[in-house]
Structure formats: structure tokens, C-alpha cells
Write a protein that binds this ligand. Structure first.
Ligand code: NDP
Length: 286
């Protein structure tokens, strides 16, 4: 048989997608592995979404990532969901299987758990405190519970959203969970093993901002992590480190999430170091 010039297609559907760095990381990984795969960052509005999902099948794509505003709208198009995606009720990765059926996963939380493991930390048996109750917080909190966390506490500015997420964890995973209202200079509860900023505070233009917590309640035994990946060394992580905590940044989570997508689409182990280095270069950090 002659040479095969056909490229395998993957990508992301969202709006806006202009600032989404995933494609740079996935394409670097494909190249490093010598795969004839492409990752295209595509603007897809809600009106165009049904046609875009038809295109996934018509173009024989390997799969797509979904970002705002499609993570929930995609659910009726899918044939099967991972456990995490079905509890969270949102999908960020679609895989087109050999028989053409569509499988949906949510890899944000798995990326977090994997990044933590790479730093030598497991969530198993741990008391987890999550700041935030948005999409990233949901994915992380549910995945931590599925990975064996002992208890999950959600602290969020909008208390009702914290309550909803705590209830979702209790009913969906049977792991104990509670919600706390976010008070001024919020104390981190005694006995916390792992604290995560899963809010968007600290992101790029907002980089001088810090979550309003009592940093004196961060102790040397804690591991503190941030979902914000650009900059990766956030003021939040710097403040936690200054109080003796071990820190794990959001760039690792993004890369680990991308690595999982890579494996889902290619069936191969991802070149994680290549993906991390690519992101660092992209954010001017190397
Ligand atoms: P959402 O909009 O769904 O949620 C935002 C969360 O931040 C809410 O809980 C919101 O509280 C809280 N929040 C925002 N501003 C403030 C503030 N000033 N004070 C207190 N709380 C605040 O966003 P996502 O969950 O999708 O994304 C959150 C962050 O996670 C983003 O920075 C995103 O880039 C990052 N992310 C990182 C990933 C990675 O791999 N590293 C993967 C996915 C996301 P309220 O409910 O009260 O509005």
C-alpha cells in the first residue's frame, strides 16, 4: 500500500476560543510522537453546534474538546459517558469510537488528580477543601471523591452553588461533603490536607488578586494547588509556600488533562514532558 496522507482530526469547539492554549500543546505532542494528527481550535456558536457535531462524524474525526458554552449542550449527542462526566453533568472531551459511537469524558478533574500524583501526593483518605463551585471546582471535587478522598468541603462566594456542589458529591459519590459560606478573610478548616483554588482569581489581568482567605491558617502539612495556569506561579501559590505549604500549579493540571485527551484519541501514552515544556514556552515561562 502507498503512503497514507490522510490526517486524523481532533480539536476544540467553543466560543470564545481565541485564548485557548490546548491546541499548541496537543500538536506538539502529536509531532513528538510522529503522528499525522491535527488539533484545530474552532469557533462554534450555540446556533452552529448541531452542524459542528454532525461534522465530527462526517469528517471521521477522532474526537473533540468542548469548552464554553457547549459542555452541557453536548450531552444528548453522546452514546456513553464516563462515571465522572455523568456525575458532573458536563463533558469536555468527546471520543469517536471505532463503531462511530460517541463517548464523553470530563478530564479536568482527572488532570488535577494526576498532577497531584506526579508531585507525590495522593487524594486518597485526604480532607479536601475547594475554593469555588464553578465548572473546574465541580470536576475537581467529584474526581477527588471518586479517587477516594475522605471528605470534601466547598467554600464559594455564592453559597447556594457551594451547597449544590456538596449535595452533588454526597449523592453522586457517597463521599461526605459540606458547604461553607465564604466569609471575609475565610479561615481554612483545621485538618485540611489539600486546599485548591478553583476560582478564576489570579488569572492573567487579575494576577495581583488573591482569594480572600486567612493565610495564617495555611500550615506546613498542607498541599495547596491552583487551577489558574497562566501565570503558573500565582500569588496564591506564592502566599501558600510562604506559609510552608507544598504547592502544585495549574499548568501541570492542564498538561495532565491534555495528556489524558491525547491517550483517549490516539490510544498511546502521551509525551507529558513535551506538553509541559510547550505550555511553559507558550506562557513565556522557560
Ligand atoms: P466558572 O465561571 O464556572 O467558575 C468561577 C468560580 O470562581 C465560581 O465559583 C465563582 O464564584 C468564583 N469567583 C470568580 N471570581 C471571584 C471573586 N472575585 N471572588 C470569589 N469567587 C470568585 O469558571 P471555571 O470553573 O470554568 O474556571 C475557573 C478557573 O479554572 C479559570 O481560571 C480557568 O482558566 C481554570 N481552569 C483551569 C484548568 C486547568 O487545567 N488548569 C481547567 C479548567 C479551568 P461564584 O459562584 O460566586 O460566581
Amino acid at each position: 500500500m502507498g503512503k497514507n496522507y490522510r490526517a486524523e482530526l481532533t480539536g476544540v469547539f467553543g466560543d470564545p476560543v481565541e485564548g485557548n492554549p490546548t491546541g499548541v500543546m496537543e500538536e506538539a505532542a502529536y509531532q513528538a510522537c510522529g503522528l499525522n494528527y491535527r488539533y484545530i481550535t474552532m469557533k462554534v456558536t450555540p446556533e452552529g453546534f448541531p452542524d459542528a457535531m454532525k461534522a465530527v462524524k462526517a469528517l471521521h474525526m477522532k474526537g473533540v474538546n468542548l469548552t464554553m458554552p457547549h459542555k452541557i449542550t453536548v450531552l444528548p449527542y453522546l452514546d456513553e459517558l464516563s462515571e465522572a462526566a455523568s456525575i458532573i453533568g458536563a463533558v469536555n472531551t468527546v471520543v469517536v469510537r471505532e463503531d462511530g459511537s460517541l463517548f464523553g469524558d470530563n478530564t479536568d478533574g482527572k488532570g488535577f488528580v494526576h498532577a497531584l500524583l506526579r508531585s507525590g501526593e495522593s487524594v486518597s483518605g485526604k480532607n479536601i477543601v475547594v475554593l469555588g463551585a464553578g465548572g473546574a471546582a465541580r470536576a475537581i471535587a467529584v474526581e477527588c471523591a471518586l479517587a477516594g478522598a475522605a471528605f470534601v468541603t466547598i467554600i464559594n462566594r455564592t453559597f447556594s452553588r457551594a451547597q449544590e456542589l456538596a449535595e452533588l458529591i454526597r449523592s453522586g459519590t457517597k463521599v461526605g461533603a459540606k458547604a461553607l459560606a465564604w466569609n471575609k478573610s475565610q479561615d481554612i478548616p483545621d485538618g485540611t490536607d489539600i486546599l485548591i483554588n478553583a476560582t478564576s482569581i489570579g488569572l492573567m489581568d487579575d494576577r495581583e488578586q488573591l482569594p480572600d482567605i486567612n493565610y495564617e491558617t495555611i500550615t506546613p502539612g498542607m498541599t495547596v494547588s491552583d487551577v489558574v495556569f497562566n501565570p503558573s506561579d500565582t500569588l496564591f501559590l506564592q502566599s501558600a509556600a510562604a506559609h510552608g505549604a507544598k504547592t502544585v500549579n495549574g499548568l501541570g493540571m492542564l498538561a495532565c488533562q491534555g495528556a489524558r485527551n491525547f491517550t483517549l484519541w490516539t490510544g498511546m501514552e502521551a509525551p507529558l514532558e513535551v506538553m509541559i515544556d510547550t505550555l511553559k514556552k507558550e506562557f513565556g515561562e522557560s
